[in-house]
Design a protein around this ligand. Structure first.
Ligand SMILES: Cc1cc2nc3c(=O)[nH]c(=O)nc-3n(C[C@H](O)[C@H](O)[C@H](O)COP(=O)(O)O)c2cc1C
Length: 306
């Protein structure tokens, strides 16, 4: 654990990567020692992201946004709401953001094509702090489209997508989110490919493509990767062991990572990000969430109370 953290904080990456960073402009978002809201489709929308930040999350991810859908959007400044909206040709708001989250927001792309990913990334780059590529989604929509966890067994494609984004977005930090492969060795080998593309951080969900939430998270895989990685590793998959805020530290320790990404525990009650012994009562969380939904005109189909 300490090795990974020390490397990350001292920036002591391998020689190639150091060289790469020198060629790129300054990166402003740091992924070490962070507690992060995970990407969740139809959940990690603007109200949920803002509430999580106000409760104490350091970084928030958008839900997965598919590159070809984003590319069809127009960027529109919305002075009434104080937001920037990406609106498609059917007048649907595909992505809405605002200044409050700008420096802590990671936009997650669903993609299987380097050039399309780059076009989408360039479109949104000014409004986000970093761009992530989803390489973990096991849903049939993603797999059939060659996206998400379909990428885990295509290291050349993984490299092409990430390298194209790293080189083409003017220094915007690029990250990836993966699931583990069946063995630690296979996972480590994929991680090496990802690192070599020059990404800034890597989130790892400790379940394989076939495993479901009821299966145990492979914390020891994440720990093995964090020990050797040259970039910050963000541990994910621990929601079943995170009931109160203090459990985040325990998950961090058991995975050897300095950063933790939380999905279901935050979906259940996002006051999990507050540094306090107990969660806030649900009615208080719901009230604050609904106020944000109203303030930011969140579409009713994306307004969830769990
Ligand atoms: C409702 C829901 C939607 C999700 N959508 C995404 C997504 O858009 N992109 C992604 O990479 N993972 C997605 N995930 C997976 C989570 O980000 C996370 O990897 C997984 O739930 C394990 O973390 P946890 O134990 O903290 O829940 C989703 C999970 C849930 C429960």
């Amino acid at each position: 654990m300490d090795d990974n953290r020390a490397d990350n904080e001292n920036g002591s990456a391998n020689g190639d990567r150091n060289q790469q960073q020198e060629e790129r402009p300054e990166e402003s978002i740091c992924f070490s020692g962070k507690t992060i809201l995970a990407p969740m489709v139809r959940t990690s929308t603007l109200p949920m992201r803002l509430l999580s930040l106000r409760f104490g999350a350091d970084i928030v991810y958008t839900e997965e946004l598919i590159d070809y859908k984003l590319i069809r959007c127009q960027r529109v400044v919305n002075p009434v709401l104080g937001t920037v909206d990406y609106i498609d040709d059917q007048a649907v708001v595909v992505f809405r953001t605002c200044a409050e989250e700008r420096d802590r927001l990671v936009l997650q792309l669903g993609t299987n094509d380097p050039q399309r990913a780059l076009t989408a990334a360039r479109l949104v780059a000014a409004d986000v702090a970093a761009i992530d590529v989803n390489m973990g989604c096991p849903k049939s929509f993603s797999i059939k489209g060659g996206m998400g966890s379909a990428l885990l067994t295509q290291p050349d494609k993984v490299y092409d997508i990430l390298r194209t984004l790293v080189m083409g977005t003017g220094g915007k930090p690029i990250t990836a989110k993966i699931r583990v492969l069946p063995s630690i060795e296979q996972t480590l080998s994929l991680v090496k490919v990802i690192e070599s593309a020059g990404v800034t951080a890597l989130a790892i969900h400790g379940r394989t493509q076939c495993e479901r939430p009821k299966d145990p998270n492979r914390n020891h895989y994440i720990e093995a990767i964090a020990r050797t990685a040259t970039i910050p590793v963000i541990a994910n998959g621990g929601s079943d062991e995170i009931g109160v805020h203090a459990d985040i530290k325990r998950f961090r320790q058991s995975t050897g990572c300095s950063s933790v990404m939380i999905a279901r525990a935050a979906q259940k009650n996002c006051s999990i990000f507050m540094a306090r012994d107990e969660l806030l009562p649900m009615d208080e969380v719901i009230k604050q969430y609904l106020e944000l939904c109203i303030d930011y005109d969140n579409h009713v189909s994306n307004t969830f109370i769990h």
